[in-house]
Design a binder for this molecule. Structure first.
Ligand code: PMP
Ligand code: GLN
Length: 380
C-alpha cells in the first residue's frame, strides 16, 4: 500500500520524540511544553460536577453558549474588545486543531503562506496538506524580531495568509503595537489573511502586556485568532481551545469544523465556562514569571548562554555553542541520555533544519523540578 505524502515533515513530531526519550532515559523532561504540577482543584471539581449535571452528550457545533459568552466577557474585561459570542467564537479541541481548521477554511492549491521561522512545528504540515506553498521568512537573532523588509519581499500575488505567533514559541519574543502597525501597512492593499496564534497570551512578563491582533481594529477584520485553554489553566491534556474571527471568517471556519469534529467535549466546556466566570482567577503571568526568574537565575550556574530572556510563553531558548559543536538534535539526545535533562533542538522549528546551536527549555515546572534539572546541568 502506498500512502500519499501530504506534507514534507518526515517521522514523528519532535515533542513526541523528546518526551519518549526522556521517559526511556528517566530524564527530567523540560522538552515538550506542559506543566508538571496539578491544575486548580476547583477546575477539576467543576469537570466532575459537569458529568453529574448531565453534560455528557454532544454540545452545540460552535460550542456551549455559556462558554462562548464567558470568553466574550473575559476579552471585554481584559482587552476592552467586543466579541460576538454567537458569530465570532468557535470552541475547538485545542489550538493545534484550530490552526489546521483555519488554514483549511481559506487555503487552495497554489496559495502561498508566509511563515516566520523558527515556527511551531504544525504550521508547515498543515499548509502543505492543503496543497499550499510555504514561504519561510527568518526572524532576526538574537532577539527574534521581524525583519519587515524580508516580509515585504516575500509577498507575491499568491500570498493568501501570514501566520503570526506572539508570545512566540520557541523564543519567548513578543510583538509590540508597532509590529502590528507595520504589518497593517504592508497588507493594507491586499487580501492577505492573518492567522494569529496567541496561545500564550496570558504568559507575558516584566510588566509588559500582550498585544493582541483583536485590539488592532484594522487587522482584526482579516484575522483568525487562535487560543488554548491548556496554556492558561495548566490542563494541556484537556485539549480545549477556541478560534475568534469576524463572522464571515467564522462561517468559513465552521464549514470545515462541523465535518471535522462536529463538536467539542461537553463536560470540559461546562467546567471551563463556570471557571472562567469566577470573580477572581489565579494570576498565571505572575506565577510563570516567578518560574522564569528562578530558571534564569539557576541557568547562570551552567555554561549555557542566554542571549535573550523570554518576554513571554513558558520557554527559554539558550545557546550551547560553548559546550559542544554537535548538531542540536544530537546535542539534545546526548543531554537527555548522558545528563538526564530533555530539551527541544531549535532546528526542529525550521523548514531547512537550520542549526544555530540552540535548544529550548520548558520552565512550566515545579520549583524542585527546575532545581533538580540545574543540579544535573551544573556538571556540564
Ligand atoms: N501554538 C503554539 C505556538 C503552541 O506552542 C501550542 C502548544 N501545543 C499550540 C499552538 C497548540 O495548543 P493545543 O495544545 O491547545 O493544541
Ligand atoms: N506546544 C508544546 C510545545 O511546544 C507542545 C506541543 C505538542 O506536543 N504538540 O512543546
Amino acid at each position: 500500500m502506498i500512502f500519499p505524502q501530504k506534507h514534507s515533515a518526515t517521522g514523528t513530531t519532535i515533542f513526541t520524540v523528546m518526551s519518549a526519550l526522556a521517559q526511556q532515559c528517566n530524564a527530567i523532561n523540560l522538552s515538550q511544553g506542559f506543566p508538571d504540577y496539578p491544575i486548580d482543584e476547583q477546575l477539576g471539581k467543576l469537570l466532575f460536577e459537569a458529568t453529574q449535571q448531565g453534560f455528557n452528550q454532544y454540545a452545540p457545533m460552535p460550542g456551549l453558549p455559556q462558554l462562548r459568552q464567558a470568553i466574550s466577557n473575559d476579552f471585554a474585561k481584559r482587552y476592552g474588545v467586543e466579541i460576538n459570542p454567537d458569530t465570532e467564537i468557535t470552541i475547538t479541541p485545542g489550538a493545534t486543531y484550530a490552526i489546521y481548521t483555519a488554514f483549511t477554511s481559506v487555503l487552495e492549491a497554489g496559495d502561498e503562506v508566509i511563515v516566520l521561522e523558527p515556527a511551531y512545528d504544525s504550521y508547515i504540515p498543515n499548509i502543505e496538506t492543503n496543497g499550499a506553498k510555504v514561504v519561510p521568512v527568518p526572524l532576526s537573532a538574537p532577539d527574534f524580531s521581524v525583519d519587515w523588509n524580508k516580509v515585504k519581499d516575500a509577498i507575491t500575488r499568491k500570498t493568501k495568509v501570514i501566520i503570526v505567533n506572539t508570545p512566540h514559541n520557541p523564543t519567548g519574543a513578543i510583538w509590540s503595537r508597532q509590529d502590528w502597525d507595520t504589518l497593517a501597512d504592508i497588507v493594507r492593499d491586499t487580501n492577505i489573511i492573518i492567522l494569529s496564534d496567541e496561545v500564550y497570551e496570558q504568559l507575558v512578563f516584566d510588566g509588559k502586556k500582550h498585544c493582541s491582533v483583536l485590539q488592532h481594529d484594522e487587522l482584526r477584520k482579516r484575522s483568525f485568532v487562535l487560543y488554548s485553554f491548556g496554556k492558561v489553566f495548566h490542563n494541556t491534556g484537556w485539549k480545549m481551545g477556541y478560534c475568534i474571527a469576524p463572522s464571515e471568517f467564522t462561517i468559513a471556519f465552521r464549514r470545515i469544523h462541523q465535518f471535522l469534529c462536529f463538536s467539542v467535549n461537553s463536560p470540559a466546556q461546562y467546567a471551563l465556562a463556570q471557571y472562567l466566570s469566577l470573580p477572581q482567577l489565579p494570576d498565571v503571568s505572575r506565577m510563570m514569571q516567578q518560574k522564569r526568574d528562578l530558571f534564569l537565575s539557576l541557568l547562570k550556574e551552567t555554561p549555557f548562554i542566554i542571549h535573550q530572556p523570554a518576554s513571554g510563553s513558558y520557554f527559554q531558548t539558550v545557546s550551547y555553542a560553548q559546550i559542544s559543536d554537535k548538531p542540536d538534535m544530537e546535542f539534545a539526545q546526548w543531554l537527555t541520555k548522558e545528563h538526564g535533562v530533555a530539551t527541544i533542538p531549535i532546528s526542529a522549528f525550521y523548514s531547512n533544519k537550520k542549526d544555530d546551536k540552540l535548544i529550548r527549555f520548558c520552565f512550566a515546572k515545579k520549583e524542585e523540578t527546575l532545581q533538580q534539572a540545574i543540579e544535573r546541568l551544573r556538571k556540564l
